[in-house]
Write a protein that binds this ligand. Structure first.
Ligand code: MF3
Ligand code: CO
Ligand code: CO
Length: 268
């Protein structure tokens, strides 16, 4: 569907109007609320399919739509990526066991606006190395968000993330990126989680996009399994991811997917 209002930059990035922020806040809030609600359900013995069933029912019960059901043949209301799965893990009969770490990624459509967010969860006890990975990945997302303001570039965001992660001797995944969104799921630009300061398109007030760094304890390379979705680390090292949907404001950044319960980080 074409957007009658706003305008497009030369890089094809839509500049939204002030009134559009409210639509993104409503969509982002629902997605974040759902991620809050699944937190107490994550435990050893639970299957990823059961978590997805809750998410699907909750989205439909609220009168919203799942953006992922039917997207390029995907059939689930969430992606659930356990341990060495980097992203796009398919929910199903897999039973969580003590010590598993997992990312749950939900995208909803509310009144035509897309809210896309993911965060990490822990089943049972958390190992020291997994805790460090989750902390670094969360902080990397926040450093990327701190770089968002008019006049900065997308390279500044990527650089802030990469610089921090690599200083912790972890690696940033290159094969997947964040994306513009709004009244569409995936739009320009590709939001890279690595880069050089000053490179890439310049940020302008009214741009909406996700930042969703994936960080590995080992090497950055990934491969996609035979199901054509599940992306894993090639070296089987643990991987983590956090995602927010954000908008550029006159003086910085508006986060659409803040956790209403204040439990975005799993070790709240
Ligand atoms: N929510 C994911 C993202 O952050 C996209 C998932 S597409 C799916 O962009 F089809 F795998 F669900
Ligand atoms: Co996304
Ligand atoms: Co997502």
């Amino acid at each position: 569907m074409d957007d009658p209002r706003g305008r497009m930059t030369k890089d094809g990035i839509r500049i939204h109007e002030a009134a559009d922020f409210a639509g993104m806040h409503a969509a982002g809030k629902l997605a974040a609320e759902i991620l809050d609600e699944v937190a107490p359900m994550v435990a050893p013995g639970v299957t990823t399919g059961e978590l997805d069933d809750y998410i699907r029912t909750r989205i439909e019960g609220s009168g919203a739509k799942s953006a992922t059901i039917g997207y390029r043949g995907y059939a689930h209301a969430s992606c659930i990526s356990v341990n060495h799965v980097v992203c796009h893990g398919i929910p199903g009969p897999k039973v969580l066991k003590d010590g598993d770490i997992l990312n749950i990624d939900v995208t909803v459509i509310v009144d035509g606006w897309f809210g896309d967010t993911s965060r990490m969860y822990v089943a049972g006890s958390l190992s020291r190395k997994a805790e460090r990975l989750i902390q670094v990945t969360h902080d990397a997302l926040m450093k990327g968000i701190d770089a968002v303001r008019p006049g900065a570039t997308f390279g500044d965001i990527g650089h802030a993330i990469q610089n921090y992660v690599e200083a912790q001797r972890m690696s940033v995944v290159r094969d997947f990126c964040g994306h513009g969104l709004g009244r569409v799921f995936h739009a320009p630009p590709n939001v890279l989680h690595y880069g050089r300061p000053g490179s890439g398109p310049r940020l302008e007030e009214g741009m909406f996009f996700t930042i969703e760094p994936m960080v590995n304890l080992g090497r950055p390379e990934t491969k996609v399994l035979a199901d054509d979705w599940t992306a894993v680390t090639r070296d089987k090292s643990l991987s983590a991811q956090f995602e927010h949907s954000v908008g550029v404001t006159a003086d910085g950044c508006d986060i659409f997917t803040l956790s209403p319960a204040g439990i975005f980080h799993p070790t709240w």
